[in-house]
Each structure stands twice: as C-alpha cells, then as structure tokens.
Design a protein around this ligand. Structure first.
Ligand SMILES: NC(=O)c1ccc[n+]([C@@H]2O[C@H](COP(=O)([O-])OP(=O)(O)OC[C@H]3O[C@@H](n4cnc5c(N)ncnc54)[C@H](O)[C@@H]3O)[C@@H](O)[C@H]2O)c1
Length: 324
C-alpha cells in the first residue's frame, strides 16, 4: 500500500516510516523541518530512510503546499506533523500551534475528504486530558487541557471527528502518552536527563519529581499507529500508553542504576501547563487495535541511553538530505 507520513523527519514519524517500509509499503514522507529543534537532528532521523527505494521525502509546509499531488495514490494518511511542546505554547508563539496543529490539519482533511481513503490517523496527545478526572484515564473522561498545546491537539482531534461525521473520513485519533526512545526530541525529559548526565551537568527537574507519567516506548507507539492505520477501526479516539505509571524520581533512580553514575539534580518551579499526572487506560487500544505494549521502562531507557552514547561517538551530523 502507498501511505503518507506527515512529520516524517520527526522523532515518532521517522520510526513509523521505517516500520512501514520494513512491512513492504511505499512511503511518501513530508516535513517542513521546522525550527522547533535542530534541523540536523531531523536530517539524521532520515538517514535510514533516504536510501530506501520505496521512500520519497518532500520538504514542505502542510499549511502552504499543494496537497493533491502529495496525496496522489496514498491510501492511508498518518498525520504526525505538529508543533509540539507544552511550555513553548504560551505567549507569542501560539500562532505556530494554530498554523501547524490546526490549519495544517484542516487543509489535509479538506484534501482527503472526497477521496476513497482507507484511513486517516491523527497523532493526538495525553495533554488533552489536563489534570484528568481519574487515573488511569479512559477516553470517555472529559478532556480538560491546561496548556495551549493541549487545547490545539484537542481541537485537531475534534476537527478530524467533524470530518468523519460529515464527510465520512475514516479517522482514528491516537492519544500518545509521553513517547521515549532513540531519537526522542531534545526538549523532552529523558533526552534532557541523558544529555545533562553525559555533559556532567545538573539534571533539572520541574516540580518535586513526585509527578507521575505513563511512558510509552517508541516501537510500542509505532505498533499502535500502524495497527490504527490497517485494522478495521474508525471514528475513534484511542489512548496509547506504556502500561505503567511511574514518578520522575523513579526515572532518576533507574537512570542511576543503568548508568552507575551519581546524579546531580536541581529542582525548579513547576512549569505552567505541565499536568501533575498522566496514566492511560489502554483497554480500548487492546480491544480495537490489539495493542499490547512490550518494552519495559528499564529496557526502553537503556536503549535510549545506548543510542545517545553511540550518537555522541558518531561523526559530525550531516548537513543536507536529498530534496524533491
Ligand atoms: N513525543 C511525544 O511524547 C508525543 C506525545 C503526544 C503526542 N505527540 C504527537 O506526536 C506527533 C509527533 O511528535 P514528535 O515527538 O515526533 O515531534 P517532532 O517535532 O519530532 O516531529 C514533528 C515533525 O513535524 C514537522 N512539522 C511541523 N509542522 C509541520 C508542517 N506544517 N508541515 C510539515 N511538517 C511539519 C516538524 O518539522 C517535525 O519534524 C506530534 O503530532 C505530537 O504532537 C507526541
């Protein structure tokens, strides 16, 4: 099958594209290489993809480019492109969240609405829940986002469902819970912790470290995404969590155990928009897409540390990717 992966040069999108190619599909990737983090990291994310004969990368902004050509022959759209980050979503940059999370999504939905599409998978987020009604949180619990980012993801999700009900676009929105693993975005906690450790710097923790998170290893998130694309499910919203909930202090203890290094930790003020806890009820994912997270936190964190060590030892980052 020919599929489109938006945000292919990003953390999750690049893993997803690799998996789809390995399963024999033709993958068209699109990415704007936004400035949210270093372009060279995104180019490195594409290293294993660009030489594959069944992969094509288009550099372009979904809020601007012609989408008809991009979608030509594609039967599934995996829409992962977005402006991520809770903390950066306050203030003057909110327009980026509108353009990249809503406007780009609306353009894609308009472009697919009259096409015989097999599936439109939207990357949503646990951030839509805010400080949730209960833990583990069920998809039917009332979403109450407390950050502009969470609001933008909820709006994107609702927009997809509006096109599902009015135009029959076969939509599945996946609410990812803190995804981690090799190539994780540099602004995310594990990446920051590992970088600080390797540079002999203090690890900065927002809040008291007792906040809990449901961490999802990237290959599990990808497995759920592929299943959402191919399984017989639509007009649905599904949690994708790692299956267990731990405190940030537990993560630090694990980091100490794996690296056998002493950690120097500095606690700073909780950031606006950061929720206290997240925890996914994954029964729905088990039922509708056969989801079963396989990678434990200790194994996943070990792999991310190993990846980071290998990258630090690797030659300088490449400077360009082939363009269309
Ligand atoms: N990483 C997580 O823990 C997590 C958790 C919840 C939800 N999500 C969602 O999953 C998706 C992927 O997240 P990620 O962590 O891989 O982020 P990422 O920033 O690594 O990847 C997103 C990619 O989208 C591209 N992009 C942004 N706007 C674009 C546009 N208008 N046109 C084309 N490309 C554009 C960026 O250049 C980037 O490469 C996002 O939708 C994010 O909101 C991620």
């Amino acid at each position: 099958m020919k599929v489109l992966v938006t945000g292919t040069a990003g953390f999750i999108g690049s893993h997803l594209a690799e998996r789809l190619l390995a399963e024999g599909h033709d993958v068209v990737g699109v990415d704007a290489f936004t400035e949210y983090y270093d372009r060279r990291l995104k180019e490195r994310n594409l290293e294993a993809l660009v030489t594959h004969p069944n992969f094509q990368i288009v550099e372009g902004d979904l809020a601007v480019i012609d989408l008809a050509g991009l979608l030509d022959g594609c039967e599934i759209v995996f829409h992962l492109a977005a402006q991520p980050g809770v903390r950066a979503s306050w203030g003057n940059d909110f327009h980026l969240y509108l353009e990249r999370n809503l406007w780009a999504t609306q353009r894609l939905l308009e472009a697919v609405r009259d096409r015989p599409l097999h599936k439109f998978v939207f990357a949503s987020s646990s951030s839509v829940y805010g400080n949730a009604e209960r833990y583990p949180t069920v998809e039917t619990d009332v979403p109450q986002p407390i950050s502009p980012y969470g609001v933008s993801k909820l709006a994107g999700e609702r927009l997809c469902l509006a096109y599902a009900s009015s135009y029959g676009v076969p939509v599945v929105a996946l609410r990812y819970f803190t995804v981690y693993g090799p190539r994780q975005r540099p602004d995310m906690a594990f990446s920051r912790f590992i970088a600080a450790l390797s540079e002999g710097q203090e690890i900065m923790i927002y809040g008291d470290g007792k906040q809990t998170r449901d961490f999802t290893y990237v290959s599990d998130a990808v497995a759920a995404t592929v299943a959402a694309g191919f399984e017989d499910v639509s007009n649905d919203v599904v949690n994708v969590g790692g299956g267990s909930r731990v405190t940030v202090l537990d993560v630090l203890a694990l980091l100490r155990e794996i690296t056998e290094q002493e950690l120097s930790v500095r606690f700073v003020e909780t950031q606006r928009g950061d929720v206290r806890d997240t925890g996914a009820d994954i029964m729905r994912a088990r039922d509708v897409i056969g989801y079963n997270p396989r990678v434990s936190l200790s194994e996943g964190l070990f792999r991310q540390i190993e990846f980071s060590r290998a990258s630090n030892a690797a030659p300088a980052l490449p400077t360009s990717v082939p363009r269309d």
